[in-house]
Design a protein around this ligand. Sequence first.
Ligand SMILES: [Zn+2]
Length: 386
Amino acid sequence: MSDIQGYDLVLKGGTVLDPANGRNERADVAISGGTIAAIGPDLATDGAQVVDCAGSTVVPGLVEGHSHIFQDVSKVGAPADEAHLRRGVVAVADAGTAGASTFDAFRKVVVDANEIRVVNFLNVSVLGLIDFRFGELLNPDTLVVEDALEAAANHPGIVRGFKIRLSEDVVGHHWQALLKKSVSLAEQAGLPLMVHIGETEEPVPAVLDYLRAGDIVAHCYTGKPHGILADDGTVLPGVMAARERGVLFDSAHGKSNLSFEVAKRAIADGFLPDILSSDTSARNWRGPVFDLVTSISKLRALGAPLDECIRRATIVPAQVLGLDGEGYGRLDVGGTANVTVLTETAEVTLPDASGNSIVAPRLEPTTVVHKGALVETTPWRGGASA
Ligand SMILES: [Zn+2]
């Protein structure tokens, strides 16, 4: 290298969209030694590798707030790096696939075996979600408070919350007792509780009554019975009231919990998810979910503004997961260089989880930078990349 102090890599000429820092403007992003060295117009590129980002949007490395990545142990476990990192996601939360009895295995085969930063919502059932055919709380004794508290206390870097699935096929008729116990457990650990809705025994406001500010309702756009909409298509007053007192809502697409009809009406009503997540799993990562960027593309096509989608897939989940302190979810000069470049493709057919589809442009993570290094991306699993 010459005597010029050059950058390692420059992402040139894109629109930098970083909701955490209120940035939405054309700028270059320069990276050196694993960190973001500069953000600004017309940065010097001498000696640097240059990626032309003209026409693309440069965002913080995406943060996936809800996934299932307990590969080879759970029937729903997708491979973390392949399903997420290679598709623009740099940090991911597993939503209850592991329980206290399987947590050590989760650490070994997921957390330690992947490049991506992994945290989790520990399933309140010690069994976790090993096999979706058999509800993990049908035997309510599998909720062992001491075991869950011990795992959380021993692994604060990983366990960032708890998860309970409240569908009737998971909890039988014990939902109220199990939910109360779970909220109390989360309270003792000082962590949020994520609650999975859709086919709960009672309408969702009955569930919301138990939740605290910071707790999370997953699958807010589910088309299954007992979702967030009233019969007239407006968002239920009880749902709006819960949001007002700080309960968070997670879109968590999943194999069967995104209805375009519900999402479109809710978005028109101003009800965006707090956390925009994919709920990727081994059952849906080859469709209809594919990945987080495809979930973003879908909600954007239904009327959610791009900057609001990116906020909900970067800084908001980073804060909820306690990862903002590690620099996730934002582009800070001097911070770790995790960056995703999104490029709009031609229109494609995008399916929801209720048998409907829309034709809309798709966002593709054309360049992914993880800890300052370019990641080898993998093509969209929905077909030939347009
Ligand atoms: Zn899930």
